[in-house]
Design a protein around this ligand. Structure first.
Ligand SMILES: [Zn+2]
Length: 260
């Protein structure tokens, strides 16, 4: 079984401190590529270092997460400059988007939207895909995507409904959804329905490690080696042979990012 982890954070202290072992275990379980997603400007160095240490295995996705929307203009200017200068080492802009889970003050929402739009435009100017983080912000995310029409996007850890996904699929752009550990949770009714109804060729496997470990590891440290547990659940939901399903999902990841 060949696997791509399209959304991970091996740069996180908990994984980075034992990254040789984490990568070895991932490889032993069929993982051929891991896309490490940035959250802050500070995280960029480690993500690029991982790419250098594990060439052809670790890839860099750079961008600023909505939770850093309060940062200054200087901070964002410097970030965008850095990404432009390193664009040949970057596979996508992410994770970027909207997160209204903890704060929803109008001023903060405005800042998140502004930085999201700026980064979509940056991705377009560099012909890079975008990786979207959207939490409790389904409608605003969709509205911005409709307006900005990025070329290629991955709705990471997709948590919207099938109805919302249908709206995305009407757009003249390349839409993918990231499926991770949540689909293995017993009560995850919405994502299970999405997996059953959506075309398999838009799905990407991901961990969001160190977060969201799949059952039977729920609540513990997540890592790319656990993706087979996610593939197993997807294959049951789409009623396809596990190997065949894995091969389709692998090809989706390889094609989306143009690797291998
Ligand atoms: Zn993430």
């Amino acid at each position: 079984m060949k696997i791509v982890d399209t959304h991970s954070h091996l740069n996180d202290d908990k994984l980075f401190s034992q990254v040789e072992d984490v990568v070895k275990k991932a490889r032993n379980n069929g993982v051929e590529a891991v896309f490490n997603n940035a959250d802050s400007f500070k995280s960029f160095d480690r993500i690029l270092e991982l790419q250098k240490t594990f060439p052809g295995f670790c890839y860099a996705v750079l961008g600023i997460h909505p939770e850093f929307a309060d940062e200054s203009d200087d901070y964002f200017d410097e970030t965008y400059k850095f990404i432009k200068e390193h664009s040949s080492m970057v596979k996508a802009i992410g994770e970027i988007g909207l997160d209204y889970h903890f704060h929803k003050e109008p001023e903060y929402v405005q800042k998140q939207k502004r930085r999201f739009i700026e980064q979509i435009r940056l991705a377009k100017s560099l012909s890079l895909p975008i990786v979207i983080h959207s939490r409790d912000a389904d409608k605003d995310t969709l509205d911005i995507i409709k307006e900005e029409l990025p070329d290629k996007l991955d709705l990471h850890c997709y948590s919207g409904s099938y109805e919302t996904l249908k709206e995305y699929l009407k757009l003249p752009i390349d839409i993918h959804i990231g499926i991770g550990g949540v689909c293995t949770f017993k009560n995850a009714r919405v994502i299970k329905e999405v997996i059953q109804k959506a075309p398999l060729d838009i799905m990407l496997t991901e961990t969001d490690a160190p977060y969201l470990a799949p059952v039977p590891f729920r609540g513990t440290l997540n890592e790319p080696a656990y993706i087979p547990y996610i593939i197993k659940v997807i294959s049951e939901l789409v009623e396809k042979d596990e190997e065949e399903c894995a091969s389709i999902l692998y090809n989706n990841g390889v094609k989306f990012y143009g690797i291998k």
